[in-house]
Each structure stands twice: as structure tokens, then as C-alpha cells.
Write a protein that binds this ligand. Sequence first.
Ligand code: NAP
Length: 416
Amino acid sequence: MPESNSTDRHFGNHDGDRPTQDARPAQNIAVLGATGSIGTATVDVINHLNVVDPQNRWCMRSASGHRNLNCLTQMAQSVQDAPAHLILSDAQAAADYCPPPELANAKVSVGAEALVEAAIDPAIDIVVAAIVGRAGLESTLAAFEHGKRVALANKETLVVAGPLVRERIEKSGAEMLPVDSEHSAIFQCMGTCSSKPKRLILTASGGPFRTWSTDQMDAATPESALAHPTWEMGPKITIDSATMMNKSLEVIEARWLFDLPADKIEVVVHPQSIIHSMVEFEDGSVIAQLSPPDMRLPIQYALTYPRRLPCQSPPLDRTQTWDLSLEPVDRERFPALDLGFEVARVGGTAGSVVNAANEQAVGLFLNGEIRFTDIVQTCRRVLENHSYQSDPSLETLLELDRWARKETLRCCGQIA
Ligand SMILES: NC(=O)c1ccc[n+]([C@@H]2O[C@H](COP(=O)([O-])OP(=O)(O)OC[C@H]3O[C@@H](n4cnc5c(N)ncnc54)[C@H](OP(=O)(O)O)[C@@H]3O)[C@@H](O)[C@H]2O)c1
């Protein structure tokens, strides 16, 4: 991990480490990406747990925001115990930030390196990895290296560096608890049986373009791609859902999370987003996990595992007729799926390259620079243009991430 050179700013008396009078065991949580869709839902869950689990003190001890620092303030003000540490990962946005008086005792750290500091803080029990994209990699890896329980939303860490994550967990004894609803579902289904699964079946909503032709998708606007039919999420994952690159990233995530080869993973389309995924066992039994599409359930389970506590997510409405359909993915209209399976099969540097190309291409699409269907085609081209290595170091993966972003710009005619 890089040596820390983050900047700390001190406002007030900075008594975050003062022993508390409260004798209840504390669950000290670092929410990295507290201002995002998963981050704000996590804050909601923490507040809820303090109601339904009063024998523990659920505490957001540290919280990070990047650009949306008003939201960081709101999150920090909404919890029972004010965070002892605020991380402002974007130095430019941090320049004008001044915490309100009730947060004056918090330590404030600025810069990306401060995310690593927060992740390895000995006072932290659980790290919620909720930063979007490759930006969450170093802090998530650091949390694994330091033996934390990691509630993992940042799937990109496993996509880029799955084997390095597994290595760190083996050495440190860290716990990896999935937050992605599909992987949480599989994790819950596997808990019902001690045998290795025969197959994992990931469900996909199909996104907003499930029934669109390729010609229609060619002309898709950012607004239409951002209108997800069942989930409210941040913009990057919402576009990934529309291209089905999100499902590809999830196939790669599942490959490393559950240490199963790609040919034991399948994807089916389930537009209602009620069955979150399934596991098939050797005897042919298929176990599924069902709940309404609400991320507070998998987030809470990752925090409280192995305990199950009442959740804010509403129960399934059993007074209505259930319409639960499963259909195969049309891989011609959604070529991202083949790409994801290929990356899951070959591993090595492929994940880092495809992830970076996708992040860059999604940005270009949102800025109106490329067509919707160019996103996946560009990822394929960039993957094919790179020099594959089977057992790369972290430095090589980061170097290739930088290369793939530039190569994406080149392939899209943005630079010479
Ligand atoms: N949303 C979901 O339902 C869902 C479901 C499953 C998995 N996930 C995964 O969870 C992760 C977060 O997704 P999301 O939907 O919550 O995204 P989001 O709403 O866009 O939030 C992203 C978070 O990351 C922060 N951030 C952005 N760029 C950053 C950078 N360069 N350095 C540090 N922090 C940065 C943002 O800060 P600011 O807002 O302050 O700029 C925000 O806190 C993704 O990996 C996604 O795939 C999300």
C-alpha cells in the first residue's frame, strides 16, 4: 500500500478517540463512499440497527465523500454518534469544505490516500466498500490486508484484482461479505448446504433496454439508459445495467468471490428483480433467495452476519398474484455477457483492462461523445489490443488501468 501522504485538517478539539461512557459493544464502521446510493442506504441501515439491536452500538466512525460534501455533512449529522473521522477524497472539492459545529471534533483528512488510512484504522471493525469504480481498489485491498470484515459493494475491486484479494484474505483472515444483491443471495443460498455448489445462477433485470433492438440501442440517449425499471442506483452502475456490463462484472465478481470457474456460472434474465440469484446443487436442487428490490437487506446482512434482524425493506406482498419469469439472455443484443465470461475465464490482466475501458467509455457516453452501443464494442477492442499477462502484480494492473483509459479515448477518436 502507498505510504500515506493525505492531509489532515483539524477543526475544534478532536476528541474522536475519547473512551465512551456507553458500555454496549460498539460495531465501528467505516463507510467509504458514504454519499452514494449504497453509502446513504448504509447510513439508513446503521440508524435502523440502533433501533432493532439496542444491545450493540452501531457507529459510523468514519465516512468518506468525494464531490458531494453537502451530502457527507447530512449523512454525518444523521447518525446517533457523530463520526470521528471524515475523509474528503477529492482535494479540490475539499478546499471549500468547513464542517458544521456539531462535527467540529471530527478529524478531517483530505486526499485519496486518506481512504486507505480509514480502511486500516485499528478502531474500525467493518469497512463498507461503497466507492464506485477502480477508485475504491486501494482502500478495499487495504481493508482485506488488515483483516477487516469488508461489506463489499465495490465489485470493481474483485474484477480488477480478484486473485490479490483472495491472497490477502488468506493471509489476514479478513471476511468478505457481499453487498451486491445477487452475490448476497448466492451467499445466503450456499449457507443452506455444506457441499460445493454445482452452478451459480445470477439473475439480471435486463435493464431498461431488455426489449429494445440493436438499432434502437444505437440511438439510446443517456436519459433513457439512466431510467432503470427496478433499481435506483448511481449513474455508472445504471449504465452498466443497461449494457449488461454490470452482469459481466458480476460474473467476474462471482468467479473470485466464490472461487468457482466461469463455466459454473450462468445468467438468466428475471425482469421483476425478486429472485436475486440461485444456486444449483449436485442433486439438482436449486435454492433461490427472494426479497423486494431493496439494497438495505443485503447491506444489513453483510453488517450483522450471521445474525438476521428485522429489516426496513418491506416484505414480499403475498396477497397479489406473483409474476416471476425467467428468460435466457440475448447475447447478440447484449455482447457484454460474452466479454464478461471470457474475462472470468482468462483472469490475469483482462479484468483490469475491461473495467478501465468500461469506466472510460461510460463517461464518454454520458457526455454525449459516443453511442450507447460503442461502450461494449470499445471494451472488446481495448481488451484485444492489450498484452495479456496471466499473473500480474498490483503495479502492472494499475499501469494497465491507466493504459486502457487512454486506449479507450484513442479508440473512440478522442485523442490521436
Ligand atoms: N447502487 C446500488 O444499488 C448497487 C448495487 C450493487 C452494487 N453496487 C456497487 O456499489 C458501488 C457504489 O455504487 P453506487 O450506485 O452507490 O454509486 P454512486 O451512487 O455513484 O456513489 C459512488 C460513491 O463513490 C464516491 N466516489 C466517486 N468517485 C470517487 C473517487 N474518484 N474517489 C473516491 N470516492 C469516489 C462518491 O462520492 P461523491 O458522491 O461525494 O462524489 C460516492 O460516495 C459500485 O461499485 C457499484 O457497482 C451498487
